[in-house]
Design a protein around this ligand. Sequence first.
Ligand code: ASP
Length: 342
Amino acid sequence: MRKLLLIYTGGTIGMITNAQTGALESFDFDHLYAHIPELKRFDLDIHVKSFDIPLDSSELGMTHWQELATWISTAYQDFDGFVILHGTDTMAYTASALSFMLQGLQKPIVFTGSQLPIGIIRTDGKENLITAIEIAVATEANGQPILQEVAVYFEYALFRANRSSKISAHQFEAFAAPNYPLLAKAGVQIEWFKERLFRTSLPTLQANLSLSNEVLMWRLFPGMPVHTYEKALHFPEVKILVIETFGAGNAFSNPSFQSALQRFIAAGGKVLNITQCQSGAVKQGAYQTSTFFEKIGVISGEDLTAEAALTKCMYALANVPATELASFLSTPVVGELTRVNS
Ligand code: ASP
């Protein structure tokens, strides 16, 4: 019988309403389990692991990602697939982080959650969980898992984890991956788009659990008080600055902004340029307003999502030598970016 590890971290799917405050609060896995009797009908050996205290995903951070990566790497040989139930708010961050921390995957890790709690009649949680499980144990005729990467399943669509973002706070279609097409679509059947699936070139799983949060992110905006922001670049703890720029990687030619970046880079810092547009890529040098970035050695993040850019930096700072950081950040590692401009 195929074995699945179901990990429950919290999120709306398992929440119930606090009668006093009216706010949704996390609840334990038994509550969730009681609402999905279908789980018992799977012809699968399902094991469950749960955070001691289930959390709203806004509470999760690096230590939780490390805990999840440790659980999976420890259980890796014993299970055919993994499903992680997670709040939707920061799911794309956790899922992106795991894609960098668990390289060489040859088994599926599927994240899912829901917009409505499982106890609500119109919940989207049931379908999301049941199909995520089916995806996590789906095999080719030769017994190999179809999916061999970290993915997010939500509302009939399967996305590559490090291409996904939460795009809606109220629609059931809460996720999208504007720069990479769907890996699979769930209808009456699960329709796989196999040519889009990631395949590792590594022979075995390589779990690298170290992370560093010596990263800053600036979303540029017209009228930005550069002198205030610039102060943060003087902290020695800041090693990478991610800038979310306009359009295809453009910014104002404010002299304080330019000299702050120049000083930061001269002192050994790295600057990674991603676009604040939902889709498309950075193309430094396409406009006069991005030529400066090319000149001073700002790294093009191409079509990285903000979630993938940040978690890739957090992974890279702890695992990649400083001399290789720039090329690591601009090269696809686990299918997270497309080299549009080379
Ligand atoms: N606040 C919740 C969370 O991210 C939202 C959700 O799960 O949909 O945990």
